[in-house]
Design a protein around this ligand. Structure first.
Ligand SMILES: O=c1ccn([C@@H]2O[C@H](COP(=O)(O)OP(=O)(O)O[C@H]3O[C@H](CO)[C@@H](O)[C@H](O)[C@H]3O)[C@@H](O)[C@H]2O)c(=O)[nH]1
Length: 361
């Protein structure tokens, strides 16, 4: 049962993407479908042959923009909110799969308004799962984050609870029609408001790059890798599973150096210090999760904790295997150096476009 090798965590991924067996979902609802992730996911699903995509979100202007950008009759737009069960049911009707991306994901706003994060990230997720079960959906994949592991901020805490709610679905409903799973991401490079576009903007303006702590580490992945992770989860999920993509980490200092070198500028850093609610490193999986994980080359499939609610077993029986593992932590896992970070950045079309514009100035 225990199939994760420790070498794998220390030495980086052994990617074999070509051999991945992937199923194209027939019809999909994407909650929060107008965000940068949703946008890419919708395009991917339509390109790979999904017959219909429903987009549920709150903002009609963003939906209008997306309708204009993508112009495809296979997309249906639903105005609604995951907090409002009826609006979720309406958007869920007739789809085979749900990808749940709607969330409050900004760390500072969740710190100030934790109950708002509870309403969207926890109760909203419960609505999505309940509606899927009621409508006979095959599979729901919920989007989580490494910030849900040993969380220190309200955003991570509510995402951790969302994962528990997702797992509870199978435990509470042994005959459930809907398979519910989660995927956990690290930092998605170049996502809206994230650090790489900020560093590039600072550099282009000739300003020093603001670095919180040069030794802080983060797991880095591209938007395309995150889309692949969801598609993989749709194909392989069993009740209560959690999927994690093996990715490499880098220090924020190396990331800033990599961006400067790509733009052929001297590295000028201004250290601003750790922001509120930030950790020095992130964890993609705990050692307890790794002790019940399967290693699928590019991914880990962490199976659900299927212990029954039996207090005797909880208090008196442990699991010796747990001691064999370390957390999957961005400080101790495979680390990219500056050149490898540059290579990853160059694989992003957004960075290549920025570099072309910079060269032509
Ligand atoms: O001016 C800045 C801004 C950020 N950072 C650092 O850059 C890294 C990445 O920061 P950022 O891109 O803002 O991402 P995070 O705060 O790590 O959070 C993002 O990544 C998470 C996954 O880990 C998602 O859950 C969140 O929604 C998403 O905002 C962190 O180490 C920051 O400390 C700097 O050094 N200087």
């Amino acid at each position: 049962m225990i199939v994760v090798s420790l070498d794998m965590l220390m030495n980086g991924d052994s990617v074999n993407e070509q051999n991945l067996d992937i199923k194209v979902p027939e019809s999909v609802l994407i909650t929060g479908g107008t965000g940068s992730f949703g946008h890419r996911m919708v395009r991917h699903l339509l390109d790979t042959g999904s017959g219909r995509v429903h987009v549920l979100s709150r903002d009609e202007a963003k939906q209008d923009q997306m309708r204009h950008d993508l112009g495809d009759d296979r997309i249906r737009y639903f105005i609604g909110d995951v907090r409002d069960y009826d609006s979720v049911v309406a958007a869920t009707r007739g789809v085979s799969h749900v990808f749940h991306a709607a969330a409050l994901k900004q760390v500072p706003s969740a710190e100030f308004f934790p109950m708002q994060a509870v309403k969207t990230n926890v109760l909203g997720s419960q609505n999505v799962i309940r509606a899927a079960e009621a409508e006979g959906v095959e599979s729901v994949v919920c989007l989580s984050t490494d910030k849900a592991v040993y969380p220190v901020n309200a955003m991570g805490m509510t995402k951790a609870l969302m994962e528990k709610v997702a797992q509870a679905h199978g435990l509470e409903n042994p005959n459930a029609r809907t398979t519910v799973s989660c995927v956990r991401y690290g930092n998605v490079l170049y996502s809206r408001g994230s650090v790489v576009p900020l560093f590039i903007a600072q550099l282009k303006q000739g300003k020093p790059i603001t670095v919180t702590d040069p030794n802080m580490t983060r797991f880095m992945m591209s938007l395309d890798q995150s889309v692949d992770l969801v598609t993989y989860a749709f194909t392989h999920a069993e009740q209560g599973d959690l999927f994690i993509r093996k990715v490499r980490a880098c220090t924020v200092g190396d990331l800033a150096t990599a961006v400067s070198e790509l733009f052929e500028q001297p590295t000028k850093l201004k250290v601003i210090g750790t922001r509120h609610g930030e950790k020095l490193s992130e964890q993609l999986a705990t050692r307890e999760e790794l002790a019940r994980a399967f290693d699928h080359d590019t991914y880990f499939r962490v199976t659900a904790d299927k212990r029954q609610l039996n207090y005797k077993a909880f208090f008196e029986q442990g699991q010796k295997e747990v001691s064999v593992y370390d957390d999957y932590d961005s400080h101790t896992s495979s680390r990219m150096n500056v050149d490898e970070t540059k290579e990853l950045l160059l694989s992003l079309p957004e960075v290549r476009r920025e570099l072309e514009g910079w060269a032509a100035r």
